[in-house]
Write a protein that binds this ligand. Structure first.
Ligand SMILES: *Cc1c(COP(=O)(O)O)cnc(C)c1O
Length: 376
């Protein structure tokens, strides 16, 4: 018999500043839905043969009405994650010797999606430290070169914001450039849809990918995909053998509790998106307070997102002689019931202020202040 291992989570009751986790914390309604729909295939009691057509529970309304309105798209689907949304689009558009152009800050899942779809990758360069910016004109440079060389660009991708620095690029500018070259643009909104207002129509993008467990208070893995009318038939092509089933989605995607938590949290998510300005204010306050302690925020400054990357030379210096070495920070934060900075990091790290109260943010700043002042 294997040793009994506890299945309890050790981070309950802590202030969590892990960017990966801040936007995926369940609402009370989602937590209820998770228990209610936890059985395998529970949502399929009254399925007429296609996930989106299930009226009881109300998946049909969510996918055909609520979600397209929320994303500002003609058509929407629920997927098993942002990466599954990205892959589905790339695979649908893939051509022999085809290529994807993406920003140099793109998430690894955009790259593996392209690899799996058999597409080569060109990346728009990122500017140097401290801003790590993507210039929209970088898309024009690459697309122009590709056009001249006769290489077929099937899709462009912009990460909005990227998952390292939380930088937000002018997506409207990028979409205008892509369309001049007749290349569709997918906006990777894993860190934005569900946190901040994003409308595919307003930004002129053809596809939008979002992550339920990253930013929509869902347990996941679950994602969303928005598709413009123009690409509907190609992306959502149906099987020749099973006329109800969409090929790129392998028929049915989120077939259980995950989609139910997404639906349960949706009204709260719609409401919280309207509070985005306040989230940006809090992030900027936090960035300034960290700066006062000698920890400097990289990327867009002033910042426009709750995900922030800090260089922390003051903590690195301490790690050189602290008893616990580079693990001191994790341990000191843990002592103060703060979780979310990876164990062993002291030189730089990212964190998120999303959904944390002013009191909690002040507490985190005071904790850093205290750790810097007292660790020997
Ligand atoms: C987290 C993240 C993803 C992956 O999201 P999944 O829903 O887990 O597939 C993709 N892109 C970015 C920028 C991310 O931060």
């Amino acid at each position: 018999m294997a040793k009994k291992t506890s299945l309890k989570r050790s981070t309950h009751g802590m202030i969590n500043i892990d960017p990966l986790q801040r936007g995926g914390i369940l609402t009370p309604k989602a937590r209820e839905a998770l228990a209610e729909w936890g059985d395998g295939y529970s949502i399929c009691d009254f399925c007429p043969g296609k996930l989106e057509e299930i009226k009881k529970p109300p998946i049909h309304n969510f996918v055909y009405d609520d979600l397209p309105t929320f994303l500002g798209v003609d058509h929407a689907r629920v997927t098993n994650g942002a990466r599954e949304s990205i892959f589905a689009v790339m695979h649908a558009l893939s051509k022999k010797d085809g290529c994807v152009v993406m920003d140099g800050n793109a998430h690894y899942t955009s790259l593996v999606s392209a690899e799996r779809a058999g597409l080569s990758i060109s990346q728009v360069p990122v500017s140097d430290r401290p801003e790590y910016k993507i210039d929209p004109e970088g898309y024009a440079d690459i697309l122009e070169k590709k056009q001249n060389s006769g290489e077929k660009v099937v899709l462009a991708v912009l990460t909005y914001p990227d998952g390292n620095y939380g930088n937000i690029v002018d997506a409207k500018k990028v979409s205008t450039i892509c369309h001049e070259y007749e290349v569709p643009l997918l906006l990777n909104c894993a860190y934005s849809v569900g946190r901040m207002p994003v409308s595919a129509k307003d930004l002129g993008v053809d596809f939008i990918a979002g992550s339920g467990h990253k930013s929509m208070a869902a347990c996941g893995p679950v994602g969303v995909l928005g598709i413009s009318e123009q690409y509907h038939d190609l992306t959502l092509k149906r099987s020749a053998y099973n006329k109800n089933k969409e090929i790129e989605l392998l028929g049915c995607t989120a077939r259980g509790a995950t989609i139910m938590t997404l639906i349960a949290s949706f009204p709260t998510v719609v409401a919280r998106v309207a509070e985005w300005d306040h989230e940006v204010k809090k992030a900027r306050w936090f960035s300034k307070a960290m700066g006062d302690l000698g920890m400097h925020q990289m990327g867009d400054n002033p910042h426009n997102h709750d995900l922030m990357f800090f260089e922390t030379p003051v903590l690195y210096e301490i790690s050189k002689h602290a008893k616990k070495g580079r693990f001191f920070l994790y341990k000191e934060l843990k002592k103060r019931k703060i979780h979310g900075i990876k164990s062993g990091l002291t030189k730089y790290f990212k964190l998120s202020t999303y959904g944390l109260s002013d009191d909690d943010l002040r507490y985190v700043i005071n904790a850093f202040d205290d750790i810097i002042a007292t660790t020997v």
